[in-house]
Design a protein around this ligand. Structure first.
Ligand code: ATP
Ligand code: MG
Length: 485
């Protein structure tokens, strides 16, 4: 039998609200597997729709063709579906206002954040969006989201890093790109971002963002500044931001109310949570007040008691619910959706060919050439780690007469002009040697070797003649500002 039953429930009196407990409701209806029930309520909580399925309707959510991931003309991507087969859509761009979005993907460990993330990243590649991706799990989260090695090269994202220093370099790069657009667009007399005319939509994505923003994290304050500013200013410049995190750990989300307020306006997707996480999300206002969401169990199917004397019992694993979520800003916020079930059934050695297929072949969209000079080498050479960090945050020189505050590179508030050097946190790992000399060292060497005054272009030429890796004018300028006493 495959009959589907649909019940409409209404509050008895005006002003009454419907509350429910899915397990109790299932019990009352004589249903042993709560996943066969879908319960949706309207925002006023005065009406509910209860659908009873013969089987878990979200057990198999298959993406027919990766081409379906391409963003539609209203700026939305198709990330999965609801119990009733309707598409679950995530907005990346609003063509009417020309704005990029802020994305938040929350869930406890193993809930499916990184896998959902791969669906989003693949959709971004297919939609011509330039993705700057940081994976703070050392590159384990989404190995198929490998980055380009340089301009025009093959890759599934434009730039991937796997360290906190790399993410900081990315944040500053994204921020500089945004500043460059602001200046260029205002010169063009343009008030709105128009996708691909001429610049691509850009997204800065950080997986395991909690590691960057949690208390005691080495770059917490600086990261908060950049994320906040990109979130605030990037919208209308075609620069979006996406954070994937275990929300419970974001307790003080960079310790900033502004950041929290900004994220509240974002597109929130909530995967399986823990009770402490839910409390946090509600207190932080990340979920609309009064929103009732029935919990997502860890396993699908009937969880029954088994006596130790029951010898017939087969110990089959229950299917998991990974990728099941609430798309809080979607069309049906109180209805469970499930992300596409992606990847090979069995883990593969190396990159999963089925996930690679999602991205499709070829080079991804990149940050526009107009910004390359300004943003410099960390992006140009797709650096990571301390090398990327040093390229973007050259250490300020201590004054010769000792007036440099005694702590060259100590923590101080960032956010100055475009080329101002930003702070190097006190906890910066100074022992770890960069693979090669920093650009600042090389510029210094050129200056030391020449008594005559040199302009930036001459310095650039001399630095590039020193046999080390090639650098851009922007990086030389960046280094010069920190070398001036
Ligand atoms: N949409 C999906 N399709 C297929 N498998 C999935 C999906 N989502 C999650 N999984 C499975 O669940 C496992 C855990 O998912 P994932 O690594 O994405 O979770 P996570 O929330 O990022 O966890 P962590 O906190 O450990 O980083 C994956 O290895 C995968 O096997
Ligand atoms: Mg993960």
């Amino acid at each position: 039998m495959s009959t589907i039953y649909e019940l409409t429930v209404e509050a008895v009196e005006a002003g009454d609200v419907i509350t429910y407990h899915p397990v109790r409701l299932a019990n009352a209806l004589g249903i042993t597997d709560v996943n066969r029930l879908a319960i949706e309520v309207n925002t006023a909580l005065s009406k509910a729709l209860v659908t009873i399925y013969p089987h878990d309707p979200l057990a198999q959510v298959i993406l027919g063709d990766p081409q379906m991931l391409v963003m539609d003309d209203r700026g939305r991507i198709y990330i999965g579906r609801y119990h009733n087969g309707r598409p679950s859509l995530l907005r990346l761009y609003d063509p009417a206002s020309g704005s990029a979005q802020r994305l938040l993907l929350f869930g406890t460990t193993g809930a499916g954040k990184s896998t959902a993330g791969q669906i989003i990243l693949a959709a971004m590649k297919r939609s011509g969006i330039a993705v700057i991706y940081g994976d703070l799990k050392g590159g384990q989260s989404a190995p198929e989201a490998y980055g380009q090695t340089g301009h025009g090269s093959d890759g599934n994202v434009a730039w991937r890093v796997t360290t906190q220093e790399g993410v900081m370099a990315q944040l500053r790069t994204t921020w500089l790109t945004m500043m460059d657009r602001q200046e260029r667009y205002s010169r063009m007399g343009r008030s709105k971002f128009l996708k691909d005319r001429p610049d691509p939509l850009i997204y800065q994505i950080i997986d395991e963002a909690n590691r960057l923003l949690e208390k005691g994290a080495p770059y917490r304050d600086e990261a908060t500044f950049y994320i906040k500013d990109i979130g605030r200013t990037g919208r209308s410049l075609g620069v979006g931001i996406g954070l994937f995190a275990q929300a419970g750990h974001l307790e003080e989300m960079g310790g900033s109310d502004t950041l929290r307020a900004m994220l509240k306006e974002g597109e929130v997707i909530l995967l399986r949570w823990t009770s402490s996480m839910m409390k946090q999300l509600v207190t932080d206002g990340l979920l609309p007040a009064g929103m009732v969401l029935s919990p997502i169990p860890k396993y699908a199917g009937e969880v029954d008691l088994v006596s130790q004397f029951d010898e017939e019992h087969d110990d089959d694993d229950l299917p998991g619910t990974q990728g099941t979520a609430y798309n809080v800003n979607g069309r049906y916020p109180s209805s469970k959706m499930r992300f596409w079930n992606i990847g090979s059934a069995m883990p593969t050695e190396g990159l999963d060919p089925m996930i690679l297929d999602l991205y499709g072949p070829g080079a991804p969209a990149e940050i526009e050439e107009a910004a390359w000079d300004l943003i410099g080498d960390a992006y140009g050479q797709r650096l990571d780690g301390i090398e990327a960090y040093r390229a973007m945050f050259p250490e300020p020189e201590e004054d010769e007469d000792g007036e440099g505050g005694g702590g060259g590179g100590r923590k101080k508030k960032s956010g100055g002009g475009i080329r101002a050097a930003s702070p190097v946190p006190a906890s910066m790992p100074t022992e770890s040697k960069p693979r090669s000399r920093t650009i600042r060292d090389r510029v210094q060497a050129v200056l030391d070797a020449h008594d005559d005054p040199l302009d930036a272009l001459q310095i650039l030429e001399l630095v590039n003649a020193d046999g080390d890796r090639p650098v851009k004018l922007g990086s030389v300028r960046n280094a010069l500002t920190t070398l001036k006493g």
